[in-house]
Design a protein around this ligand. Structure first.
Ligand code: RFL
Ligand code: PHB
Length: 396
């Protein structure tokens, strides 16, 4: 049976849409999620791996943290490798004890989907939204397809949580939208394998041949990345070529500790900084990748999706509970302040770690900057407090 009416119509079942639906549910607000892909497609996408403390806390707040508490790996530090050096940034020591949690986005998504379906709340797969109407007046409607038929979902508000390629941002009159964009002339080639990680904590590597990252999903599953050309093709890379290139970029001690194995997955991610302003158009609100993209270097994409919907859920709750509109009015500017700081950190971290040119002066300048940052208490604190996540603003 097609659904025809709800309070908040949510487009997209990525982390933004799913978490928003849970936060609203806790406030007694009804929502319907419409997702264009199948459940297995959404649950299988390999993406982010690092949860800020605030994101983990939000998952605890909505009661979907059981597996995360069991399987998530708390990390109190990260390592920066450059010029044959390995410098550990003790994040906890520089932030009054804050840490991050290594827990894959795939698991976050599965946990949120299971909890939503267990609660009997509406989450529809293979139901692409093909039109958003009436959001500038009081009566928004989502037009969606299901089994080849068109349906209309009437709602009080629409949350565009439909990612960078979604329909929500594209439905807005371009004259009302300001966009800011920077594309980088390289991508990340990532490989996932069931082998133990080379080190206990993440290692971000600046090397004359290009960036590399040693990450993980669990004590038995590793995720590695190497910088590649923007137009590179995964089909060109054998597992062996990947492991060889990775080890060339790592400090010798770490390279020796790398355990190789067959890929479970290999893909190329483009790098981009993008912001669309504002994040609200009448009764349509954008959240997560629908409004902004960061290069993955700072591990911020998923975490920004979480902070956006934290603010949005509070604004909607104040509306339904007390008839207030002030928080809805302040949603965009409040979310964007945090977004821009994450855009800045991700851009900076990208620019100091990647190879941009063949000119040796650029590499020397990066090494001097990394030497300065790791040699200064202020520098270490800047990296640490951004990496664990900047605080949320009071919003009530
Ligand atoms: P998502 O996860 O892209 O979810 C949006 C959902 O909306 C659906 N959709 C529609 N549904 C119905 N009707 C339509 N017309 C629709 N159009 C789209 C889509 O099918 C999808 O299910 O956005 P959300 O929720 O904002 O979450 C954001 C995060 O997923 C994202 O920021 C991170 O994954 C970014 N990201 C990474 N972040 C990190 O912190 N570390 C990483 O290592 C990392 N790797 C990545 C990434 C993003 C990637 N993308 C976007 C291709 C690697 C990749 C490849
Ligand atoms: C990951 O494990 O996929 C990962 C970790 C840290 C990043 C980006 C990706 O900055």
């Amino acid at each position: 049976m097609a659904l025809t009416r709800t309070q908040v119509g949510i487009i997209g079942s990525g982390p933004a849409g799913l978490l928003l639906s849970h936060l609203l549910h806790r406030e007694g607000i009804e929502s319907v999620i419409l997702e264009r892909r199948s459940r297995s497609y959404v649950e299988g996408r390999i993406r982010a791996g690092v949860l800020e403390q605030g994101t983990a806390d939000l998952l605890r707040e909505v009661g979907v943290a059981e597996r995360m508490e069991r399987e998530g790996l708390p990390h109190a530090g990260i390592n920066l490798a450059f010029s044959e050096r390995l410098e550990r940034i003790d994040m906890a020591a520089h932030t009054g004890g804050k840490t991050v949690l290594i827990y894959g986005q795939t698991k976050v998504t599965r946990d949120l989907i299971r909890a939503r379906l267990d609660a009997g709340a509406p989450l529809l797969f293979e139901t692409p939204v093909v039109g958003i109407e009436g959001y500038l007046d009081a009566k928004p409607r989502l037009i969606y397809e299901q089994n080849g038929q068109r349906h209309e979902l009437r709602c009080d508000f629409v949350a565009g949580c439909d990612g960078y390629h979604g329909i929500a941002r594209r439905s807005v009159d371009p004259a009302r939208l300001h966009t800011f964009e920077k594309t980088y002339p390289f991508g990340w080639l990532g490989l996932l394998a069931d082998v133990p990680p080379a080190a206990e904590e993440l290692i971000y590597v600046n090397h004359a041949r290009g960036f590399a990252l040693c990450s993980m999903r669990s004590p038995t599953r590793s995720r590695y990345y190497i910088q590649c050309d923007a137009d590179d093709d995964v089909a060109r890379w054998t597992d062996e070529a990947f492991w060889d290139e990775l080890r060339r970029r790592l400090p010798p001690r770490v390279a020796e500790a790398v355990v190789t194995g067959p890929r479970l997955e290999m893909s190329i991610a483009p790098l981009r900084s993008f912001v669309a302003e504002p994040m609200r158009f009448g009764r349509l609100f954008l959240a997560g990748d629908a409004a902004h993209i960061v290069p993955p270097t700072g591990a911020k994409g998923l975490n920004l999706a979480a902070s956006d919907v934290h603010y949005l859920a509070r604004a909607l709750a104040a509306h339904y509970r007390e008839g207030r509109t002030d928080l809805l009015d302040r949603y965009s500017e409040t979310a964007l302040r945090r977004v821009w700081k994450a855009i800045r950190f991700s851009w900076w971290f990208t620019s100091v770690l990647h190879k941009f040119t063949d000119d040796p002066i650029d590499h020397r300048l990066q090494i001097a900057e990394l030497d300065y940052i790791t040699g200064s208490n202020a520098g270490r604190t800047m990296v640490a407090e951004n990496y664990v996540g900047l605080p949320l603003e009071p919003f009530d």
